[in-house]
Design a protein around this ligand. Structure first.
Ligand code: NAD
Length: 487
C-alpha cells in the first residue's frame, strides 16, 4: 500500500492522516474547510511527537501529504479510501458515491462513522460490496482499536482487506459479526456516558468527580483487561459464577438509569460547560491533547513491557517496522567506509536528571545498530528461528559527548575482524554535526538457536560478513580499538 485517499480531515481524518503518513504511506486528503490544512498540520505535529515517544523502532520515511479539491481526486490512484466526514447519513452517502466512481475497481473503502450502519452508507455506491465501516478511536495515531463492520452488500473479502490495511499500520482490527447501531465500543461508552450525564443533571457529582471516579479506579483496569476478565478475577477462586451470584441480583434493582436520557436543557448544558471549563484550568485543546497523548504513551509502554493487550500491538508493530527500515543483504551500501545502518532521534524519556541521555540508552542505540548489522548480513526472522543469532559477549563503551532529547543520531560500524563464530566490530555513535558521542568495541559470538551454545554462522551469512570485513580491512584501524581502561 503506497497511497490512501482520505475524505474529511477533522479530528478523526487528521488522526488517520497522521497514522498513515507516519507509517510511510502517501495521503491524498479532501476537506472543503479552508482551515483543514492548518488543522491537519497541527494534529500531525502532535502525532509525530507522541509516536516518537512511544516507539523505539526508527520511523519509516514519512509519507507525502497532498490536499486535493474534490473527493474524486482523493480516490484517484489511491490503494485504500477512508471516509471521516461529519456524522450525517446523506452527506456520507453522496461523498462515498462520488469517490466510488473515481476509485480503481479493487480499492476498499472504509467509513469512520461512529454508529451509522454500513448498509445505509453503501446504498448509493456503484460498487457497494467494497464498503465497510472502519471505526477508530481518538487519537487515531495512538489507539490501536478499529471496529470493522460490513453491511448487507459488503463482501467478506472487503472486511478482510480493510483489517489487513489496519494491521499494516499497527492497529488492532476487531471484525464484528453483526451490523448493529453504535457497533460494540460506542454502545459501551454511551451507556457509561448516559449515566454520567444523569449524575450531573441530578446534582450527584460534578464532571470532575465523575472523571476521578473512572481514572483512579476502574479506568486503569479497563486499559489492561476490559470488563469480563477483571470480573472473573473479582470472583476469586470460585470464578465468574460466584461473581454473578454475588453482584448479578443488583442488576435488577437497578443502580443505574441506563435506558433513560436526561433532557439536555440549557441549564444542564450550562452546568456541563462551566464544570468542564473549571476542570480544564485554562489549558488549550492542543495542550490537553499533548497531556492525553503523554499519558496514553505511558500506559501503552507499561503494557508493552508486559507484552500484553494494546501494548503487545505496539510491540508487534515495532518489530515489523524494524525489519522494514533496516537494510537487508539486498540493499546497495557502500562498504568502502564504515556502514551506517541505524539512525534515530533521542526521545525525551531517555534523558536523566542531568538533562542528557542516560548511559544505558547509549548502549540501547548501539544495540539497535548491532541488530541492524545482523539483519544486513542476512539474519532475518527465519534465520533467527532456525539457525541462531550473534550475541554480544564483550563491550568497551566510551562516552565522548552529551546527547539531548530531540538529537538525531546515527551509528557507523567498522568490522575489525570475523571468523566462523566471532565478529569483532567498532561502532561510532554520531550526532548530526558529525561529532562522535560514543564509541563501542563489541565482540559478538554466534549462538545456535537450538542448543543455545556458540556455533558456526551459516555459510551465506559468513560470506556477507567476510566480504564486509575484507572491505573494512582497507580502512585505518581506529586508534582506540583494543584500548584498556585504567588511570
Ligand atoms: N471524534 C471522535 O471521537 C470520533 C471517533 C470515532 C469516529 N468518529 C467519526 O468520524 C467522523 C468524523 O468525525 P470528526 O470527529 O473528525 O468530526 P470533525 O467535525 O472534526 O471533522 C469532520 C471534517 O469533515 C469535513 N467535511 C465537511 N463536509 C465534507 C465533505 N463533503 N467532504 C469531506 N469532508 C467534509 C469538515 O470540514 C471537517 O474537517 C464522524 O463520522 C464521526 O462519527 C469520531
Amino acid at each position: 500500500m503506497r497511497t490512501v485517499g482520505l475524505l474529511g480531515g477533522g479530528v478523526i481524518g487528521g488522526g488517520w492522516a497522521a497514522r498513515f503518513l507516519l507509517n510511510g504511506i502517501d495521503v491524498r486528503l479532501f476537506d472543503p474547510d479552508p482551515e483543514a490544512e492548518r488543522k491537519v498540520s497541527e494534529v500531525l505535529a502532535n502525532a509525530r511527537r507522541a509516536t516518537r515517544r512511544l516507539m523505539l523502532a526508527p520511523q519509516p520515511e514519512e509519507g507525502r501529504l497532498t490536499f486535493v479539491a474534490a473527493p474524486e481526486e482523493a480516490a484517484e490512484g489511491a490503494d485504500f479510501v477512508q471516509e471521516s466526514a461529519p456524522e450525517r447519513e446523506e452527506l456520507k452517502r453522496s461523498l462515498l458515491a462520488a469517490a466510488d466512481r473515481a476509485a480503481a475497481p479493487g480499492v476498499v473503502f472504509a467509513s469512520s462513522t461512529s454508529g451509522i450502519r454500513p448498509t445505509l452508507l453503501q446504498a448509493d455506491m456503484a460498487r457497494p460490496e467494497r464498503l465497510c465501516v472502519g471505526h477508530p478511536f481518538n487519537p487515531v495515531y495512538l489507539l490501536p482499536l478499529v471496529e470493522v463492520v460490513g453491511g448487507d452488500r459488503t463482501s467478506a473479502e472487503t472486511c478482510e482487506r480493510a483489517a489487513a490495511v489496519y494491521r499494516e499500520i499497527g492497529m488492532r482490527p476487531l471484525v464484528l459479526r453483526t451490523e448493529i447501531d453504535g457497533f460494540v465500543a460506542d454502545r459501551l461508552l454511551e451507556a457509561m456516558w448516559r449515566e454520567a450525564l444523569w449524575m450531573v443533571a441530578d446534582g450527584i457529582a460534578t464532571t470532575e468527580e465523575i472523571d476521578d471516579a473512572m481514572r483512579f479506579g476502574a479506568g486503569l483496569r479497563f486499559a489492561c483487561m476490559g470488563s469480563f476478565l477483571i470480573y472473573r478475577i473479582a470472583g476469586g477462586e470460585a470464578g465468574m459464577r460466584h461473581f454473578m451470584a454475588q453482584f448479578g441480583p443488583a442488576l435488577q434493582w437497578p443502580w443505574s438509569r441506563l435506558t433513560d436520557v436526561p433532557e439536555l436543557t440549557e441549564e444542564l448544558l450550562d452546568r456541563l460547560a462551566a464544570q468542564s471549563d473549571e476542570q480544564a484550568a485554562g489549558m488549550s485543546i492542543r495542550e490537553l491533547e499533548r497531556l492525553r497523548d503523554d499519558c496514553l504513551v505511558a500506559v501503552l509502554q507499561g503494557l508493552r513491557s508486559r507484552g500484553y493487550g494494546a501494548g503487545e500491538v505496539v510491540a508487534e508493530h515495532e518489530r515489523a517496522l524494524l525489519t522494514r527500515v533496516h537494510p537487508t543483504p539486498a540493499t546497495a551500501i557502500d562498504e568502502s567506509a564504515p556502514v551506517v545502518l541505524h539512525a534515530t532521534v533521542i526521545p525525551a524519556e531517555w534523558t536523566d536528571y542531568n538533562g542528557h541521555l542516560h548511559e544505558s540508552r547509549y548502549l540501547q542505540v548501539l544495540g539497535d545498530a548491532s541488530d541492524a548489522l545482523f539483519r544486513y548480513v542476512g539474519i532475518d526472522e527465519a534465520y533467527l528461528a532456525d539457525a541462531g543469532n550473534y550475541f554480544t559477549v564483550e563491550t568497551h563503551l566510551r562516552f565522548r559527548a552529551e546527547l539531548a532529547a530531540g538529537d538525531p543520531v546515527s551509528v557507523a560500524i567498522h568490522v575489525l575482524a570475523a571468523d566462523e563464530k566471532r565478529l569483532h566490530a567498532w561502532l561510532e555513535l554520531r550526532r548530526a554535526d558529525g561529532e562522535v558521542a560514543a564509541t563501542a568495541e563489541h565482540m559478538y559470538l554466534h549462538v545456535d538457536a537450538a542448543t543455545r551454545r556458540s556455533g558456526p554462522v551459516r555459510a551465506d551469512v559468513l560470506a556477507n560478513v567476510r566480504r564486509l570485513a575484507g572491505a573494512h580491512a582497507e580502512l585505518p584501524r581506529p586508534a582506540a580499538a583494543g584500548a584498556t581502561i585504567g588511570i
